[in-house]
Design a protein around this ligand. Structure first.
Ligand code: ATP
Ligand code: MG
Length: 223
């Protein structure tokens, strides 16, 4: 699922609420039928706009950090296969400053997935990357999603990215952030970058853009 909405509408706030890091003023959030009442780092992984790697630790030390703070045995098999999958194998000893933005962001995805969470919450993880790297990261994410079968909630400002990745695009309105519309995306998978140039894709971008713009006036109620 991807969540799309203008800056300041509360996308980050919503993700934090989903992760249990933010108290709700009303309503409830359920994870597998259980209400979310506090952080559940075993079940919910997060990836942010910045990779947030610790600069004094090398790449692999950053990836094992969550295992260390939670006193859990390090799952090297999973880590090594994720490093391989994301093209980071061979860079284990590199310092974050020696890695490109895309590589740092891949490292932060590996760090989150290494914990094998049920749900991955991603807050504009590729927002700071150039268009080519973003395409590459989107393809990588789709592949990881297909392989791991995780539930991913992905927040973005970018309409094309929201459609490309999502099976559903949830459009939020400007403040106060309400749900404007939900679009079911039925472009076939595996998705390719070429699809984003097709007329149907471009029409959908325009339709969703209109929904974002008019969203402030029309909202739908959801459970
Ligand atoms: N439902 C809400 N009720 C009260 N305050 C809210 C709500 N949603 C968002 N806010 C407030 O609005 C501000 C902006 O929210 P937030 O950072 O979540 O926006 P955003 O959509 O992630 O923006 P950006 O795209 O710029 O990252 C925050 O100060 C937050 O506390
Ligand atoms: Mg935000």
């Amino acid at each position: 699922m991807t969540i799309l909405g203008p800056s300041g509408c509360g996308k980050t706030t919503l993700l934090w609420a989903m992760s249990g890091l933010h108290e709700l003023t009303s309503g409830e959030i359920f994870l597998d039928g259980t209400p979310v009442v506090g952080p559940r780092p075993d079940a919910v992984g997060m990836v942010f706009q910045e990779a947030n790697l610790l600069p004094w630790r090398n790449l692999v030390q950053n990836i094992v950090f969550p295992f260390e703070i939670r006193h859990r045995p390090i799952d090297w098999r999973r880590i090594n296969s994720l490093l391989e999958e994301t093209g980071l194998a061979g860079f284990e000893k590199s310092a974050p400053r020696e890695l490109s933005g895309g590589m740092q962001q891949r490292a932060s995805i590996v760090r989150a997935l290494a914990q094998d969470p049920e749900v991955l919450l991603m807050d504009e993880p590729f927002g700071a990357l150039d268009a080519f790297t973003r395409d590459e990261m989107n393809l990588l994410l789709l592949r990881l999603w297909g392989e791991t079968q995780k539930t991913i909630v992905f927040v973005t400002h970018n309409i094309s990215e929201a459609i490309f990745l999502g099976d559903r695009v949830v459009v939020m309105t400007p403040r106060p952030g309400r749900l404007a519309r939900i679009f079911d995306i039925d472009f076939p998978r595996p998705r390719t970058i070429e699809m984003t140039f097709q007329p149907e894709f471009i029409e959908l971008i325009q339709e969703i853009k209109r929904a974002v713009e008019t969203g402030a006036r029309q909202t739908v109620e959801v459970e």
